[in-house]
Design a protein around this ligand. Sequence first.
Ligand SMILES: [Zn+2]
Length: 242
Amino acid sequence: MTLKRTLAICALLVSAVVPAADGAAQVVRSGPSSCKAVALTFDMCPVREGAGYDAPLIDMLMARRIPATFFLSGRWIVKHEAEVKALLTVPFFEVGTHGQVHAHLPALDADHQRAEISRPVLTLQKRYGYRGLLFRPPYGEYDDTAVEIARALGLQFILWSAVSGDPDPRLSPERMLEDLRARVRGGSIVVFHANGKGLHTRAVVEDLSQELLNKGLRPVTVTELLGRCNASADHDPTASNR
Ligand SMILES: [Zn+2]
């Protein structure tokens, strides 16, 4: 094999493992503050009891055509086949992953972290033919190893800049909205739950999304937020990643 050909193959391999999107090695908490958009995100952490699926919330997002990004844990995916399919068919929804068993990543060695991060990604790929490109660590906990593993897997590491606190049953919808109004601005990534743990999630998201629109801030998916508002991104944010 000639040196030229070897180099060409090496370049090909490198481009295959290095994701196209900029900033994949970084931990993303928000888009640029100049961005006139906000990403509403919903974690599907595993649940021991209940349906684990906030159907009224999802139905409202669909009826009002509100773009949303969902982070699915592997345990949740296994129990919600029909719901996974339903989420994947909505063109203004985006799906990422949220670990296999919702483990505390920094407590695991590299091999176990890799398994925790990659298993739901592989499940989505094998069973649903969907390539999830976003990863949110369970509890928002991570270390350098986790960031490096996600990067090597071609995943963007997504946290948040505003917490709704929606799983807390003591928080009234009014209080949640008040806090979110103070924190959410252009470029924000807001975290909610769609696994049925948020008693008031639907009401809060419905009101918040309307208020954001009134302020000229459009709800968008995370990929749109990072693509549309990040001039250095070299990928097409509107391209389907299916
Ligand atoms: Zn979670």
